[in-house]
Design a binder for this molecule. Structure first.
Ligand SMILES: *Cc1c(COP(=O)(O)O)cnc(C)c1O
Length: 428
């Protein structure tokens, strides 16, 4: 392992006069991580991707706040640019705290490398602009993240990159779209938002492989690597809005892409040019959030399923969308690919837009807010939140019913939560 992936080794070379008292005890024994990526996920979330020792023998990953990095002399500059050593150079190209977050994500996804961005959309935009050129063609499922679709329709269109949206689950249409000359990238979410469709990743990966040169990118923000690791199912790249489950506390914005060293290297290069470098504080919060990912996800999975079952039998609920329910259209696919189904539950209330709003407004524990995946239960009526500016007809066309509710089940007591939903439903 190189010095660059052991980010806190270098600070121990600072002379004692400058650094104050040296840490007592033995100096770092080298940049080898104490925990290899062959450990189980519960171990990797806590220890994976971190060097064996941080500076000052700190157990927690230090937040390194610096815009630039000192060179010890001209010789070291030459060594750096000739690739004989790996070290940080300038803050827009790298930061040791950010690097630990990236290595942790690689450990969780089983990826060669990962790159972190200041938000999920920054990851999406940088990736698409880095990988595509005028005349190229992208295929995306029609129910993908709204801003990602907007990026294809506006920015990429402006630069001459073409796109086709295909209905989720329509594999014949997908094969046809992928066969179009110039196709470079297939983008799908697993699962999608808000109807939680689960893409059949091995099948889609096979369709992409048949068209040489088509890379498969999977945004699996809604389920997290605890439940699904898309690279194991044939994806080339996996993307997360770390703002959601990975951060897990509704207190940071970040995005990531994981994949082969070659593809991620190209994205890191592009990030340095765009200047879309996350800051060390967010990276620290992300590392801290990931440490409890496994315990949080077990609870999200079990509470999500319980709430979905509770709602499904409730007389004031018309329909529930949750991949863990046998009634979900992609239940079999989800069961085959994922070890759990997360805390996102969408449902139709038996009532119109106003009746649904009354229910949402009377919820006490769920907070009305966009976003998802944190410890707090969040609720929203997509017609009034993410899709506010569309007409009812336009909403219907994109599958957003007026009485649709999206619930991100958090970590509160399950009985409290169910009782609260029960009382709020009396206002429908
Ligand atoms: C939230 C989200 C994004 C965008 O991430 P930000 O961190 O908000 O920029 C992208 N994809 C999916 C599936 C998301 O839920």
């Amino acid at each position: 392992m190189t010095a660059a992936s052991a980010p806190f080794g270098t600070e121990l070379r600072v002379s004692p006069e400058l650094s104050g008292p040296l840490p007592s005890g033995p100096l770092p024994s080298g940049p080898v991580p104490a925990v290899s990526n062959s450990h189980r996920l519960d171990t990797l979330v806590v220890r994976g991707g971190e060097p064996e020792r941080h500076g000052y023998a700190a157990v927690a990953t230090p937040i390194v706040c610096t815009a630039t990095y000192r060179f010890d002399g001209s010789e070291e500059i030459a060594d750096h640019f000739e690739g004989r050593i790996e070290r940080e150079e300038y803050g827009r190209y790298g930061n040791p705290t950010v690097r630990v977050a990236e290595q942790k994500l690689s450990a969780l996804e089983g990826a060669e490398d990962s790159v972190l961005f200041p938000s999920g959309m920054s990851a999406v935009a940088t990736l698409l602009l880095a990988m595509l050129k005028p005349g190229d063609h992208v295929v995306m499922t029609s129910d993908g993240y709204r801003r990602t679709r907007q990026f294809l329709r506006t920015t990429l269109q402006k630069f001459g990159v073409l796109h086709t949206f295909v209905e989720p689950g329509d594999h014949a249409a997908l094969a046809l779209a992928l066969a179009r000359p110039g196709t470079r990238l297939m983008l799908t979410e697993a699962p999608t938002n808000p109807l939680l469709r689960m893409a059949d990743l091995p099948l889609i990966a096979e369709l992409c492989r048949r068209q040489r040169g088509v890379k498969l990118l999977v945004d699996s923000t809604l389920i997290s690597p605890y439940n699904l690791r898309p690279l194991e199912h044939g994806a080339d790249l996996v993307l997360h809005s770390c703002t959601k489950y990975l951060g897990g506390h509704n207190d940071l914005l970040a995005g990531s892409v994981s994949g082969s060293r070659e593809l991620i290297g190209a994205l890191r290069e592009q990030r340095g040019v765009f200047g879309s470098m996350p800051d060390a504080h967010s990276a620290y919060l992300l590392i801290r959030g990931i440490k409890t990912l496994a315990v949080r996800m077990r609870q999200h999975n079990s509470s999500g399923l319980s709430v979905a079952r509770f709602l499904e039998q409730h007389p004031r609920i018309e329909r529930v969308y949750y991949p863990g329910l046998a009634s979900h259209v992609d239940h079999a696919v989800a069961q085959r690919l994922a070890s759990g189904f997360g805390g996102m539950v969408s449902f139709l209330v038996r009532g119109d837009l106003a009746a649904t709003s009354r229910f949402v407004d009377h919820c006490c524990i769920p907070i009305t807010a966009p976003s998802m995946g944190g410890v707090e239960t969040l609720i929203e009526q997509p017609a009034l939140m993410s899709f506010y500016e569309l007409t009812p007809e336009q909403r219907r066309a994109v599958g957003i019913a007026e009485n649709l509710v999206r619930l991100s089940v958090g970590l509160e007591d399950l009985d409290d939560l169910r009782a609260d939903l029960e009382q709020a439903l009396t206002f429908v």
